[in-house]
Design a protein around this ligand. Structure first.
Ligand SMILES: *Cc1c(COP(=O)(O)O)cnc(C)c1O
Length: 471
C-alpha cells in the first residue's frame, strides 16, 4: 500500500470519531442476511487498488453492517468492552505483529503476561498459589481444563493410548453450564453421554451438592471413573451461581479436578463485597475469567488461572526439535499452556487498561452497572403486564411480558425482542428458563450511563404495548 503512515493515522482517527458517534447509531444494524455480501466483489482483484477506494468501501459497506458492541445501550448477551486504552494497546500490538508462543519469540510479551496475570490474581483476591496465562477465549481454556481432567484421571496415558480400553470418564456440571463445556467434552473424546447434569436448586439456580454426591456414587458403583466437576459462577443464560465451596469439598473427597467457569462474572470479583458469591474458589484447580467482557480489555483476553501448571504442560505441550529454545530451559513458554501454538501479544491491553482506569475506576463502573440494572429490574417488576423471571445475578436479570389474556406468551416475547432490536435504540437477547422464553437484560458497557439503563424501561414498555396490540 502506498502510504502506511497516512492510513494508519486515518484509521486511528476513524476509530476515535466512531466511538464519539456510536451512541447515535442503531445498536443492531437494519440489514438482512446477504445484504452486505451482495455489495462485495465476488473475486479478488488481480491488480492493486488505490487504498482510498478500499477505505471508502469499508466506510460505505462494512461500517453500516456492524452490530455495535461498544454502544452504551448494548444490553444483549454479555458486554465485550474494548476500552480506549485497550484500543491503543492493540494498535501497538498489531504494529509488532509478534507470535508470542515461546519466551524467546517475544520475551517482553511473555514476562508482561506473567506479571499481568498476577496483577489480576491479586485484583480478584485469589491466593498466591494460582498462576495463569492469557488464552484467546474461555472456550479453549475450558477445553484445556477438560483435557487435563481426562489426562489426570488416566494417569496421563490418554494422549498416547487413546480412550478405547480405558474406564469411561464422567464429568459433572449443572444444566445451566455454557455450551463451551459441551463442546470441550465432545472434542476431548469423553463424549456428551458422559457429561452428567447436576440438578439445580434455589433462586440462584446453583448445582445441588447432595444430588452431585449421589450421581458420583452411582457412577462409581456402575464402574465409571469420575474425572472432574465444572462449576458456574454467573452462567450465561440467567447468571446461575453454583455453591463453589460445597462442590470443592466433594471434589476433594472424590479426588476430582474442579474447574470454575466465571467467564463473565469473574471480572466483578475485583469488588471485595461480591466475593462471597464464589466462596471456596481458592480450592479450585482452575478458573476461567474473560477480562474482555467486563474489564475493558479488547477480545481476545481470557485469564486462565491454574493451581498446577505442570498438569497443563504435561497434557498439552509438544516439544518438537524446532520448538526447543536452547539454553533457556528456565523460561516459561506459554504455548505449552494452551491449545493453539501461535499466540497474540494479549497482555499489553490488560496492562494498559488496569493502569489507565485503576482498580477503583473499574470497580465503580461495575458497581454502577449492578445498581442501575437492579433499579431497572424494580421498575419492570412494578410495570403492569411484566414479571421478573430470574432475580438479578450481578448485573443480569430476566423478565417476561405477560399481559392478561395474552395467548402464546413465548411467541409474544420472541416477537417483542425482535421488535425491540429492530427499533435499534437498545439491544436485548432472549433465553429459556424452565422451558419458557424470557428476555435477558444485562448492563456492562463502559460508556453506558444511568439514563441509558433506566431509559430501556421506556423503550421496552412502549414497544411491548405496540407488539401486544398488533393482531
Ligand atoms: C462468554 C462465556 C463463555 C464463552 O466465552 P468465549 O471466550 O467466547 O469462549 C463461557 N462461559 C461463560 C459463563 C460465558 O459467559
Amino acid at each position: 500500500m502506498d502510504d502506511f503512515r497516512e492510513w494508519a493515522v486515518r484509521a486511528a482517527e476513524w476509530g476515535v470519531d466512531y466511538r464519539e458517534r456510536v451512541r447515535d447509531l442503531p445498536v443492531r444494524p437494519p440489514v438482512k442476511p446477504g445484504d452486505i455480501a451482495a455489495q462485495i466483489a465476488a473475486s479478488p482483484p488481480e491488480q492493486a487498488e488505490p487504498f482510498e477506494r478500499v477505505f471508502a468501501d469499508f466506510e460505505r459497506i462494512i461500517a453500516p453492517g456492524m452490530t455495535h458492541w461498544q454502544h452504551p445501550r448494548f444490553f444483549a448477551y454479555f458486554p465485550s468492552n474494548s476500552a480506549p486504552a485497550s484500543v491503543v494497546a492493540e494498535h501497538l500490538v498489531t504494529a509488532f505483529g509478534a507470535v508470542c508462543m515461546l519466551w524467546q519469540t517475544s520475551p517482553a510479551a511473555t514476562e508482561l503476561e506473567t506479571v499481568a496475570i498476577d496483577w489480576l490474581r491479586q485484583a480478584f483476591g485469589l491466593p498466591e498459589g494460582f498462576q495463569g496465562c492469557i488464552q484467546d477465549t474461555a472456550s479453549t481454556a475450558t477445553l484445556a481444563a477438560v483435557l487435563v481432567m481426562r489426562e489426570r484421571a488416566l494417569n496421563y496415558a490418554g494422549n498416547s493410548g487413546g480412550l478405547s480400553g480405558t474406564p469411561t470418564l464422567r464429568i459433572y456440571c449443572s444444566s445451566e453450564a455454557h455450551t463451551s463445556i459441551d463442546r470441550a467434552i465432545w472434542f476431548s473424546g469423553i463424549g456428551a453421554d458422559n457429561l452428567v447434569r447436576i440438578p439445580i436448586k434455589g433462586a440462584q439456580r446453583g448445582a445441588d451438592p447432595q444430588a452431585l454426591r449421589a450421581l458420583i456414587e452411582a457412577d462409581i458403583a456402575a464402574g465409571y471413573k469420575p474425572a472432574g466437576i465444572i462449576a458456574n459462577v454467573g452462567a450465561t443464560g440467567v447468571g446461575a451461581i453454583d455453591p463453589v465451596a460445597e462442590l470443592a469439598a466433594i471434589a476433594r473427597e472424590f479426588d476430582l479436578y474442579l474447574h470454575i467457569d466465571a467467564a463473565w462474572a469473574g471480572s466483578a470479583m475485583i469488588c471485595p463485597e461480591l466475593r462471597h458469591l464464589w466462596t471456596g474458589v481458592e480450592l479450585a484447580d482452575s478458573i476461567v475469567i474473560n477480562p474482555h467482557k467486563w474489564l475493558g480489555a479488547q477480545t481476545h483476553c481470557t485469564a486462565h488461572f491454574v493451581r498446577d501448571p505442570n498438569s497443563l504442560v504435561r497434557t498439552l505441550a509438544a516439544k518438537p526439535d524446532y520448538l526447543h529454545t536452547l539454553g533457556h530451559d528456565e523460561v516459561v513458554n506459554y504455548s505449552e499452556w494452551g491449545v493453539p501454538l501461535g499466540r497474540q501479544f494479549r497482555a499489553l491491553k490488560l496492562w494498559f487498561v488496569l493502569r489507565a482506569y485503576g482498580l477503583e475506576g473499574l470497580r465503580s463502573m461495575i458497581r454502577n452497572h449492578i445498581a442501575w440494572s437492579g433499579a431497572l429490574c424494580e421498575k419492570l417488576r412494578a410495570a403492569a403486564g411484566f414479571e421478573i423471571v430470574t432475580e438479578p445475578s450481578f448485573s443480569l436479570f430476566s423478565f417476561r411480558y405477560a399481559p392478561p389474556a395474552a395467548a402464546d406468551l413465548d411467541a409474544l416475547n420472541l416477537a417483542l425482542v425482535e421488535a425491540i432490536n429492530a427499533d435499534g435504540r437498545i439491544y436485548l437477547t432472549q433465553t429459556r428458563v424452565d422451558g419458557r422464553v424470557v428476555i435477558r437484560f444485562q448492563a456492562g458497557q463502559f460508556e453506558c450511563t444511568e439514563a441509558d439503563v433506566l431509559g430501556a424501561y421506556d423503550v421496552i414498555t412502549e414497544i411491548a404495548a405496540l407488539t401486544h396490540a398488533r393482531p
